[in-house]
Design a protein around this ligand. Structure first.
Ligand code: HEM
Length: 127
């Protein structure tokens, strides 16, 4: 039972990232280069969910984290803010297609880097 909360938080962190970034970036392949403005609440809820589960993870791990972990966590956090900003911008109605393309590519590159940093953080802990 003591596994439940950490597992739930891990699931929430990864699932919300996949759903939110996948929806925003994958939309381009479906001819939907914007996130509907009506989905702003969903985007906001997704950001809150990733934050809460991320902070939960951080509080669990910070005390025993090895050298370098905190620095890479900071980098991951800043990259995640960038991804959130890109997805939020995609809900704007008055942006040109060129800008949308740039935001989508930028969110995709940012997510690749965030997930790489997440994987590296984990491996720093030797798991
Ligand atoms: C675009 C947003 C984000 C994405 C896509 C993302 C993705 C990931 C992924 C894939 C992992 C590795 C999960 C695992 O193997 O268990 C991870 C770990 C983690 N994330 Fe995030 N994350 C995001 C934002 C955040 C934010 C905002 C925070 C802090 C508030 C955060 C804190 C953490 C922590 C503490 C870990 C655990 C690192 C470790 O295992 O040592 N993440 N994240």
């Amino acid at each position: 039972m003591e596994m439940f909360l950490p597992l739930l938080m891990r699931w929430l962190h990864i699932f919300t990232g996949i759903a939110m970034v996948g929806g925003a970036v994958g939309g381009a392949y479906l001819g939907q280069p914007m996130v509907a403005p009506i989905a702003r609440n969903a985007v906001f809820s997704g950001i809150v969910a990733i934050f809460l589960s991320g902070f939960y993870n951080m509080m669990q791990l910070m005390g025993s984290a090895p050298k370098g972990w905190h620095m890479w966590f900071g980098i991951k956090f800043l990259l995640a803010l960038h991804v959130f900003a890109m997805i939020f911008l995609l809900t704007k109605t008055d942006a040109t297609p060129e800008k949308r393309k740039r935001w989508q590519v930028s969110a995709l590159i940012g997510t690749a880097a965030v997930v790489a940093a997440g994987a590296y953080l984990r491996s720093l802990r030797g798991v």
